[in-house]
Design a protein around this ligand. Structure first.
Ligand code: DON
Length: 591
């Protein structure tokens, strides 16, 4: 955006103008890369502190990410986990890019018939709760391998797990979010009904209140086993037996077995890389769809005249100031392009994406010049909802969690981990919750809890990984190296939230904090409606409706972006989404 345009904005936009101006730090003279100080952003302050402490004791970003993730498994039980899985995208100080897939897998006994009723119709609930929803956890092996492969080797895994063990053993004061969840009778009677667990969360039968200490001795013992015996301490022996007994107790013939646990493997994958306006995006390949959707959407949008459109809108706003103007010059035409680009990327997700170890995912074709060009020219002036969904998404309270870390050396980690729904399958084993990740497979004729549909590419099969939308992403810019580390929870809203912040920061020039705070939109092809958080200009939304878009206005805020931007002065700016905040903390300067 031309600065003169910004300066000339009408009075009515004066407040927002301040935000636009402060984006100038993207325009100052380049200085060499790498952060002056390390930084950790996560969804819980105690976990962030654990990570920063590791950095201050000489650890690198990978050490800090592993310690933070282990601490989240204790202090953020809604999504932090041992019983789930996730992905990490890493850029190392020498410029190498890595992608770790520690996604859960379906058990060897998995078969579609177990999820169908006698009439052959999918019983979606079976994939959401109880033993048939549980995938073989990937987090313990994932964190272990991440550290073994890329950690500084100054710390043993046991040393990185020590703060988490201490938090589980000695307890910590619970925050308002957890205290609120404990008041929920559905959770109390389902999720927390196990006696050992209930003793921890409901001592004497009364829910812990905000500020009271949660002590989790059983979880501490499981973490100790992992710390002392490595992955075998989780995937074999007592903990493994407990997991299998626990799911078997719920009466499932097709649940996970000891052999499933012992044979779980992580996968190092080649990260997806794409270029957009001079930035390089390093992001997660399948079995996540997140990275592909980012590259497809930004690729399509790159062919539209985003800058000249905004300049024109800003000029119009100057001529006729209105209190309802969008401060960045976004209007219905530009947002229409944005929505249609998302719709096309999500349509491909439903048709083609699944576990690349089982199906051929046409990654190159989906981000290739031809797909991008075809998608672009297929976008006209009006909404193009080619399929009407009969199955709107269920209201849910899903949870995942993301952490972003940079160190002063130039290493960066973007790690998203999940139990899928809030508190996963609601089944505890050995002091931790098991995921319900198998709901991310596509059942015939049924949408999953997020309203996502899919094809045979994402059908359940033994030892297959369910398709994800988690989008851990790192952005680099030439000599500067890493400039942005980003990710979020939110199911399919993860990728649309990440795309929104990327557009706002990289194209519209907003400072990271404003871009994260800014209202979001979400379109996932099925259903056809596009969701908008409160805060969008009503005239922009009216304009979209005139173009034939079906909107849901003022939808409850979603996702929780945890991001770090490294300014040209090398100072990291960390932002923990105000919608569901944790903490962004910088390491004390080393130099
Ligand atoms: O892998 C996925 O895409 C989902 N299981 C993530 C779930 C999620 O983000 C829920 N969070 N708020």
């Amino acid at each position: 955006m031309a600065r003169s345009d910004v300066r000339a904005l009408g009075l009515a936009c004066a407040l927002a103008l301040a935000a636009c101006r402060s984006s100038d730090h993207w325009d100052v003279e380049p200085r060499p890369a790498t952060a002056v100080r390390g930084m950790v952003v996560s969804q819980h302050e105690l976990a962030t502190r654990v990570g920063v402490d590791v950095l201050e004791r000489g650890g690198n970003a990978i050490d800090a990410a592993v310690a933070t993730a282990l601490a989240l498994a204790v202090v953020y039980p809604v999504a932090g986990n041992l019983g789930g899985g996730g992905f990490a995208v890493v850029v190392t100080r020498d410029g190498a890019t890595r992608a770790l897939d520690f996604r859960e897998v379906a058990p060897a006994s998995a078969n579609l018939a177990a999820y169908l009723g006698p009439d052959g119709v999918a019983v979606a609930e079976r994939a959401r709760r109880g033993p048939l929803s549980v995938g073989v956890p990937g987090s313990p092996l994932g964190l272990w391998e991440l550290e073994r492969e890329l950690g500084s080797q100054h710390f043993s895994f046991a040393e990185l797990a020590a703060p988490a063990i201490a938090l589980a053993e000695s307890g910590f004061a619970i925050d308002a979010r957890l205290a609120d969840d404990l008041k929920d009778d559905v959770l109390r009677e389902g999720c927390f009904a196990e006696r050992g667990i209930a003793n921890a969360f409901y001592p004497g039968g009364r829910a812990l209140a905000e500020g009271e200490r949660l002590v989790q001795p059983e979880l501490a013992r499981t973490l100790e086993r992992l710390a002392s015996d490595g992955p075998d301490g989780f995937y074999r022996g007592e903990v493994a037996h407990h997991i299998v007994e626990r799911v078997a107790r719920d009466g499932a013939a097709n649940a996970i077995s000891l052999d499933d646990l012992a044979s779980y493997r992580i996968q190092w994958r080649t990260p997806l890389r794409g270029w957009f306006r001079g930035y390089e995006l390093v992001t997660m390949p399948p079995p996540s769809s997140g990275g592909l959707i980012v590259l497809q959407t930004l690729g399509v949008l790159d062919g539209f005249p985003l800058d000249s459109r905004r300049e024109q809108v800003l000029a119009e706003q100057r001529a006729a100031p209105s209190p309802a103007c969008d401060p960045l010059g976004l209007d219905d035409r530009l947002v229409h392009w944005w929505i249609e680009a998302l719709r096309r990327a999500f349509a491909e997700r439903a048709a083609h994406l699944g576990d690349p170890d089982f199906v051929d995912v046409p990654v190159d074709a989906l981000v290739g010049a031809e797909w991008i060009a075809r998608a672009r020219v297929s976008i006209g002036e009006n909404a193009d909802p080619n399929v009407v969904s009969a199955l709107p998404p269920e209201p849910e309270s899903p949870q995942t969690t993301h952490l972003s870390v940079v160190d002063a050396l130039g290493n960066a980690v973007s790690l998203t981990t999940t139990l899928n729904s809030a508190y996963g399958s609601r089944t505890w084993a050995a002091g931790f919750l098991l995921n319900n990740e198998l709901d991310d497979f596509a059942l015939p004729g049924a949408a999953n809890q997020f309203g996502l549909v899919g094809s045979a590419a994402n059908a359940i099969a033994p030892r297959k990984r369910p398709l994800s939308t988690m989008t851990p992403t790192i952005v680099r810019q030439g000599e500067r190296g890493v400039v942005l580390v980003i990710g979020s929870p939110g199911g399919p809203r993860i990728v649309t939230s990440v795309i929104g912040v990327l557009l706002r920061v990289l194209v519209f020039g907003q400072p990271l904090a404003d871009a994260v705070r800014a209202p979001r939109l979400h379109q996932q092809w099925n259903p056809i409606e596009t969701d908008f958080e409160a805060g969008w200009s009503p005239s922009l939304l009216d304009g979209l409706e005139r173009r034939g878009h079906r909107l849901r206005r003022g939808v409850e805020p979603w996702a929780s972006v945890q991001a770090i931007q490294i300014g040209r002065d090398g100072e990291p700016v960390g932002v923990s989404d105000p919608r569901n905040p944790g903490a962004a903390l910088a390491e004390r300067a080393r130099r």
